[in-house]
Design a protein around this ligand. Structure first.
Ligand SMILES: [Zn+2]
Length: 313
């Protein structure tokens, strides 16, 4: 069966079958397609029971001490944003365990979040103090919100069934000069080229799309947004490089899987250390060009609205 690319409408090619190996379920296979024109990777048939593939531990809050420790390490996330916007209203899509929302709030932003999980919404509202909108359709939820100076989506866009409508809504909601931050797994990465369907950051079937940076730039340009920052080597990107090898080696050489909650702590540490040692020499290669496992990009909206085209006489 031929599937058309949801980005550019070209006929796509079958890429591979992949299983939910991160959860240790190797029976069911999911077909991924690749568009030969724009290089989008996508899951053409999104499972109707997609929510069943998300466990509660995806959202289970961290113990307070761990939360604050991670928040401290993640200060880089808000510092990237502060180079362009230093205050105002910030909207995060898919805040999950709420680390970034907390960091943004501490930095003085007024924080709104759109999140689908009950557990996360409760925590974000009561503990983080964010203004919570519960929805699994951010593209619609944004439309009723006031303008934002920052919209951030950290590793969430690949989970959205309709990322294109989300980009349109986000671009429309941004105030002039406002920024959109997108961090996502990188389909141009060295790891994806080498590991393909076994790449932990493919995360089937939760990752519905792997979107090349160029598609985001091209789609957002006519909406008045310009890429002002792009990196594959922020702290999160380097962490995901490491994690990609750690998970792959653990799954290959043990009967464990990434989301295995029964794994003894010593065993988790062993595989983390083994993968870390393996990843060290590769880091020299992965940190060059656009080979990193993930990208983080910031796109800024025009400071002045575009002038309407002059009518011809
Ligand atoms: Zn395409």
């Amino acid at each position: 069966m031929k599937f058309h690319c949801p980005n550019c409408n070209n006929k796509s090619d079958f890429l591979f079958k992949a299983s939910d190996f991160n959860k240790g379920d190797l029976d069911k296979k999911f077909d991924y397609q690749r568009c030969p024109a724009c290089h989008l990777i996508f899951l053409p048939e999104i499972p109707t029971n997609l929510a069943d593939y998300y466990d509660d531990n995806y959202y289970e809050p961290y113990p307070p001490e761990t939360f604050l420790k991670i928040a401290k390490k993640n200060l880089y996330q808000i510092q990237m944003i502060q180079k362009f916007v230093t205050s105002g209203r910030l909207l995060e899509i898919g805040p999950g365990k709420g680390i970034f929302a907390h960091v943004a709030k501490q930095a003085g932003f007024e924080v709104d979040v759109i999140e689908m999980s009950d557990l996360s919404c409760d925590y974000l509202s009561k503990v983080v103090g964010a203004n919570v909108i519960q929805s699994d359709r951010p593209q619609d939820a944004i439309k009723i919100l006031d303008k934002h100076d920052v919209i951030a989506t950290w590793h969430n866009i690949e989970h959205l069934p309709d990322p294109w409508a989300f980009l349109d809504s986000a671009a429309d909601n941004l105030a002039p000069g406002g920024i959109l931050l997108i961090a996502a797994p990188n389909p141009d990465s060295f790891q994806f080229k080498v590991l393909g369907p076994k790449w932990t950051h493919l995360d089937p079937p939760r990752h519905l799309y792997l979107i090349p940076v160029e598609i985001l730039i091209q789609r957002l340009k006519p909406l008045g947004l310009k890429c002002v920052m792009l990196t594959h080597n922020d702290r999160g990107g380097k962490y995901l490089n490491r994690e990609g090898w750690q998970c792959y080696l653990m799954e290959k050489f043990s009967n464990r899987f990434s989301f295995d909650s029964n794994m003894p702590e010593w065993e988790r540490k062993f595989w983390a250390l083994f993968g870390f040692a393996f990843s060290l020499p590769l880091a020299l290669w992965e940190r060059t060009g656009s080979r990193g496992a993930a990208y983080t990009m910031i796109l800024q909206k025009n400071k002045y609205p575009a002038k309407p085209a002059r009518k011809s006489q």
